[in-house]
Ligand binder design. Structure first.
Ligand code: TYD
Ligand code: MG
Length: 445
């Protein structure tokens, strides 16, 4: 006799009121015994093989046709691999995956796109909008795993997209649709199928801003690769980020722009967020931030203006960590004697990017001071560094890589924290240990 949690699959020899696996109440049900059960069949199926008998998986990677996606994944898609594709609703997951599915179908033949959320007609409309008309792209509107599995076995596609995991019913009556148990079982079974049939398998997963709910975290261990599509729905910028990759490095990013015809890749994002012919204006500072292993140049824009006296001073920011910026503003007030406590401060990151790295701190300082003093930071100068509560400027990771990148992009001068400077850069590197020194170096005192 055994019992299993309906929600998460946790098994126990005795019935429990509360599941130790997921904390659900009264979720245990008796497991059917006997050799006929599906679980046991699956369990017995494995075959012991001597190493020389084992066939290596196909080594050729498939190319998605989107070179940035291929680069992010470590050089293409490995047949039999399972890729978790997360992101908030409406961010563009279905769009990007339909584009990838279309490209794969054009190059390699049959691709199956399963939608549990949209009717085939809706997917077709999107395909038309994206200019996809591949005869080898097959659509299926289905939620039941069993029937999805049947379609896969019949069609034998080279690639499969399941949009989304949260709509798949793995076990009728086995917990809520979209619940942890269903999602996890669906992912596990689809992964088995992908391996058995050497098929590339994309599993779409919705996540909320917090990243909680029956989401990707509960299935990440089941997949080979996990990528997340991020960006603000208001802006047109999208970043695809790899969180896990069994076949390549993680924390890589690929940048896209959402347009009339889907997502268009931005192959050289390092200059994308800073207009090339940037007229130097007060309130603007350029910072090389690290997104994954790649430095990206971003423009921090600040506007400091007198409060009109109707209500408390405004603090508005886009793309930056609100609380962190408040601390930096307090540091500026205290260390530099700049009176911004009663003024309105607006901050934004050019291009709509979200920057969460501490290296941006000194850039925020510089942009605010530049606007406050109405003095321009020379356009050939970049600045980065973490700012501590005492006004100290602290080292950040991969400073040499950042310096090399900005040099390549034609900058002449960098105001940075103390630390090693790479050999052979022709850049003028000014190391500053405090915000006071930083302001001095930039001519903003
Ligand atoms: P979608 O791929 O449906 O998002 P998700 O699957 O992550 O929920 O994309 C949603 C948004 O993208 C929608 O608001 C419309 C917009 N969009 C474009 O701007 N251009 C396009 O070519 C397409 C297909 C969608
Ligand atoms: Mg969708």
């Amino acid at each position: 006799m055994a019992y299993r949690c309906r929600e998460c699959g946790f098994q126990s020899p005795k019935w429990l009121g509360r599941c130790p696996g997921c904390g659900s109440w009264e979720s245990f049900e008796e497991l059917s015994e006997g050799p006929g059960s599906e679980d046991e069949q699956g369990w017995i199926g494995g075959q012991v093989l001597a190493l020389p008998q084992v066939e290596p998986p196909p080594r050729e990677r498939l190319l998605s046709g989107l070179s940035e996606v291929d680069r992010l994944l470590g050089g293409g898609l490995i047949p039999g691999s399972v890729i978790l594709f997360g992101g908030e609703p409406g961010i563009g997951k279905s769009t990007l995956l339909l584009q990838i599915a279309g490209e794969l179908a054009a190059r390699y033949g049959r691709v199956l796109y399963v939608s549990g959320e949209e009717a085939p007609g809706q997917v077709k409309l999107r395909a038309e909008r994206l200019g996809i008309g591949e005869p080898e792209l097959y659509l299926l509107s289905e939620q039941h795993l069993l029937r999805i599995g049947e379609a896969i076995k019949r069609l034998r596609p080279v690639a499969l997209v399941v949009d989304s995991l949260q709509t798949v019913v793995a076990r009728p009556g086995g917990g809520d649709i979209g619940g942890v148990g269903q999602v996890r079982e669906a992912a596990a079974r689809l992964a088995q199928l992908a391996k058995a049939l050497s098929m590339v398998c994309f599993l779409v997963s919705h996540i909320t801003k917090g990243g909680e709910f029956a989401g990707p975290k509960t299935v990440e261990h089941l997949v080979d690769v996990a990528v997340y599509l991020e960006g603000s729905r208001e802006g047109d910028l999208r970043i695809l980020r790899s969180i896990k990759n069994r076949f390549g490095s993680t924390n890589e990013v690929a940048v896209f722009q959402m347009g009339e015809r889907g997502l268009v890749q931005v192959p050289d994002p390092s200059t994308f967020f800073v207009p090339r012919a940037r007229a130097a204006r007060p309130g603007s500072a350029v910072v090389p931030v690290l997104e994954g292993t790649r430095p990206l140049l971003v423009e921090i824009q600040a506007l400091v203006s007198p409060n009109m006296g109707y209500g408390p001073p405004q603090r508005r920011m886009a793309g930056l960590d609100f609380n962190r910026v408040l601390v930096i503003l307090a540091v500026i007030e205290k260390r530099l004697g700049a009176h911004i406590g009663a003024t309105d401060v607006y901050l934004a990151v050019g291009g709509g990017l979200e920057v969460r790295e501490p290296a941006v701190d000194l850039g925020v300082c510089a942009a605010v001071l530049s606007s406050l003093r109405d003095r321009v930071i020379p356009p050939d100068t970049v600045v980065f560094g973490e700012v501590g509560l005492a006004g100290d400027v602290r080292p950040v990771r991969k400073a040499p890589e950042r310096l090399r990148e900005v040099e390549k992009l034609g900058f002449r001068r960098a105001v940075v924290p103390p630390g090693p400077v790479p050999k052979g850069v022709s850049l003028v590197v000014e190391q500053v240990g405090s915000v006071e020194e930083g302001a001095q170096a930039l001519g903003l005192v």
